[in-house]
Design a protein around this ligand. Structure first.
Ligand SMILES: C[S@@+](CC[C@H](N)C(=O)[O-])C[C@H]1O[C@@H](n2cnc3c(N)ncnc32)[C@H](O)[C@@H]1O
Length: 404
């Protein structure tokens, strides 16, 4: 984490926010129950929810306490109205999905991944944004990881996962937003029941976009339900994954294309764009799969959804092989002293900018990029070096559009 002390303080503040919100919510439920509710079943539902909220908070406090984290109120100036779900409870339902619900969703994900992976063991494996880490466990055990490091920045899922990976169980109450029945308004579960401890899985609080691990050290990097929801731009994540892998290492990606509202449209890639980004970033897509899977369907909740999921295993291509690939760039672009041919593409109208017009007007079949730079520099007193870069970019653009 860039600033570990600040992160820990924020987790403690988040816990204090939650304590405040739960206390307020429980008071309101009590007031509702005593004031206006006559129906016995409704009273029972409200009481069950009130007790469930209290139990859930105590269980979360206990997990935090086990990690040496006590709540701490924010300084008065910062204490606005915090949104539950943004901090302590973010990805809370994933904890239940991973370790408490029937295994169907995890099983389906593990199978889809196994099918693209083939038989080779995963070896040294890095998970980016591992969440509650059930998939970490399953891939580590089933796909032959020799050692796994998982990164995340969110405290509660990792603190619970650490206990379960060590062979303990954790009591935790789920509060579904659309319960199926009165009993389902708060469902206390023993998470991780029947699962044995797993060796060689290390959970690290660390930023996936600035990962505290050696580059070129991993046989496998896994991104699951991560690229769309978390990475600001997959086109920037792919080179990072490439750098983390050893030569011929494998990037396993599994997830849908459900972007948060704030993601700019240009970075809301589709499945075919993500595959292309992987190829452009130095990967061969050995195996891809698209299937529709159930997502976040709690046995206690009326809601749940299905998602169309892309799973791929992409192999980091040997750099030497890439370097041997002949450049698609025309000679007159790479050699700035070579004459530029009068291509059809340069006659395109309208041109996007007056600078393009000025450059194209000087393309006569004899002039080179250097010669055009010298001419414009003489006319407009702009340094030739800067012009050369701009002219090259402008002609490359036109040539690319002309050949598209
Ligand atoms: C949609 S969840 C997926 C979790 C998990 N991969 C799974 O399969 O269930 C995205 C995860 O990324 C984590 N995350 C968000 N930003 C992160 C960052 N900068 N570094 C590491 N993890 C991050 C979140 O805390 C969350 O656990």
């Amino acid at each position: 984490m860039p600033d570990p002390a600040a992160a820990i303080l924020e987790w403690r503040h988040g816990l204090a926010d939650l304590e405040r919100i739960v206390a307020h919510g429980r008071d309101r439920l009590l007031a509702d129950t005593t004031a206006s509710v006559r129906r016995a079943s409704t009273r029972r539902r409200l009481e069950h929810l009130r007790n469930g909220l209290g139990a859930q908070l105590e269980q979360i406090q206990s997990v935090f306490r086990g990690a040496g984290l006590e709540s701490r109120a924010r300084p008065p100036a910062e204490a606005g109205a915090p949104a539950v779900g943004d901090t302590t409870l973010s990805y809370f339902h994933q904890i239940h999905r991973d370790w408490g619900w029937p295994d169907a969703e995890i099983e389906a994900a593990a199978i889809a991944i196994a099918e693209v992976c083939g038989k080779d063991p995963l070896g040294k494996t890095l998970f980016l944004g591992a969440g509650a880490a059930r998939l970490v466990r399953e891939l580590h055990l089933r796909q032959g990881a020799s050692a796994t490091i998982a990164l995340d920045i969110n405290p509660l899922p990792f603190l619970v996962a650490r206990k379960i990976l060590d062979g303990e169980t954790v009591r935790l109450t789920e509060i579904p937003n659309s319960p199926r029945s009165i009993d389902d308004v708060a469902v206390e579960r023993t998470l991780g029941e029947g699962l044995e401890a797993v060796a060689n899985v290390t959970l690290v609080f660390g930023d996936a976009f600035s990962p505290p691990v050696a580059r070129g050290a991993f046989d496998t990097v896994v991104t699951a339900w991560f690229v769309d929801q978390v990475a600001p731009d997959a086109a920037e994540l792919a080179p990072l994954v490439h750098a983390l892998l050893r030569e011929n290492g494998t990037w396993i990606n599994h997830g849908p294309f459900v972007y948060p509202a704030a993601r700019p449209v240009r970075a809301r890639y589709t499945a075919d764009e993500l595959s292309e980004i992987a190829r452009d970033s130095g990967f061969d897509l050995d195996s891809t799969d698209i299937r529709r899977l159930t997502f976040m369907e709690s046995p206690a909740c009326n809601q749940g959804r299905t998602e169309r999921i892309l799973t791929f295993a992409a192999r980091k291509v040997a750099l030497a092989a890439r370097e041997e690939t002949p450049s698609a760039e025309p000679a007159w672009l790479s050699d700035t002293s070579a004459p530029i041919p009068r291509l059809e593409a340069f006659r395109a109208r309208p041109l996007p900018h007056p600078f393009f017009t000025a450059v194209v007007a000087l393309v006569d079949g004899a002039r080179s990029i250097d010669a055009i730079a010298a001419e414009i520099s003489r006319q407009q007193r702009i340094p030739e070096d800067a012009l050369r870069v701009a002219i090259r970019a402008c002609l490359a653009d036109l040539a690319r559009e002309g050949s598209a």
